[in-house]
Design a protein around this ligand. Structure first.
Ligand code: BV8
Length: 239
């Protein structure tokens, strides 16, 4: 039986909930260049365009067709029923893990539903789209809120806690991530180096340079419920 699990999720776990991934054919980025919408420089250059990019994705979360899928539900079941420690680290900025019920959850790249004061770094729940009138309440004069999103070149959130958990876990599972963005892409090496069994779920075939011990080439909505049942039964390569 495992005692301490870290799960890393990427855009692939939300794909079956209707949210576009970043690097698949119709990925988000194709409508925009990364450097234009997901960098501090892009925001400085054209804040309105970046605000529209994030407002659109935030409003998409209210679409009745965008709901947690079986993979999100399975991770919530794991948190409810697993007797050991579980932390879900997500690269995703959507709210599908929370809506499925996960609470031991860390958004390392920020969240669509939050804004941040550029001066105090105070975080605010978003109640209206980003724009010139959506300002902080912590400064005089009030500052225009920016998306609470970690852009390229910015430090991801919760890194100390993540490293601590990776060094202690005995099972590391990555779900629906292409492993192209660092530091998240380097987590498997840390976990494996500290003795964890590492597994990944991806519809793509195993990368020849992959460091994962196990690879489940399946849709997340099919593989994750199966994995969770094996873990809860103690039959996933029980040590
Ligand atoms: C940092 C928020 C340092 C935005 C995101 C030059 C300058 C500066 C930095 C760098 C540089 N060169 C390299 C770097 C590092 C850089 C980086 O890694 N760049 C890459 C492009 C090479 N990283 C950073 O900049 C990071 N910060 O390094 O800071 C620092 C140090 C000290 C002090 C200050 C700073 C910050 C990176 C965070 C960027 N923000 N998100 C937003 O969401 O709008 S990244 C964004 O892209 C996502 O959050 C996610 O992390 C990433 C997309 O990755 P995935 O989630 O994996 O999605 P993807 O589409 O790629 O893959 C989906 C996978 O799912 C596929 O494999 C597919 O096969 C699979 N799949 C699809 N459907 C399913 C499925 N699997 C199962 N079932 C399905 N149904």
């Amino acid at each position: 039986m495992y005692h301490h699990i870290v799960v890393l999720t990427g855009a692939g776990i939300s794909a079956e909930s209707g949210l576009k991934t970043f690097r698949d054919q119709d990925g988000l980025w194709e409508e925009h260049r990364i450097e234009d919408v997901a960098t501090p420089e892009g925001y400085q250059r054209d804040p309105v365009m970046v605000e529209q990019f994030y407002n659109h994705r935030w409003q998409q979360l209210n679409d009745p067709s965008v709901v947690p899928n079986a993979a999100h539900e399975a991770l919530a079941k794991l948190e409810r029923e697993f007797p050991g420690k579980l932390l879900v680290v997500t690269q995703n900025v959507d709210n599908l893990h929370e809506r499925a019920g996960n609470r031991q959850l860390l958004h390392m790249h920020g969240e669509l539903g939050k804004g941040r004061c550029p001066r105090s770094r105070q975080i605010f729940t978003l109640h209206e789209p980003f724009g010139p009138d959506n300002c902080c309440t912590c400064c005089i004069p009030a500052q225009r809120l920016r998306p609470h999103i970690v852009w390229f070149g910015e430090m991801p959130l919760g890194m100390d806690r993540i490293h601590d958990e990776l060094e202690r876990c005995d099972l590391f599972i990555a779900i629906g991530t292409s492993g192209t963005v660092y530091p998240a892409a380097g987590f498997v090496e840390i976990a494996s180096h500290h003795g964890a069994l590492t597994a990944e779920v991806n519809i793509a075939e195993k990368d020849p340079h992959s460091l994962f011990h196990l690879h489940y080439q399946k849709m997340a909505s099919e593989a994750v419920p199966q994995l969770v049942d094996k873990i809860l039964k103690g039959s996933l390569f029980a040590k």
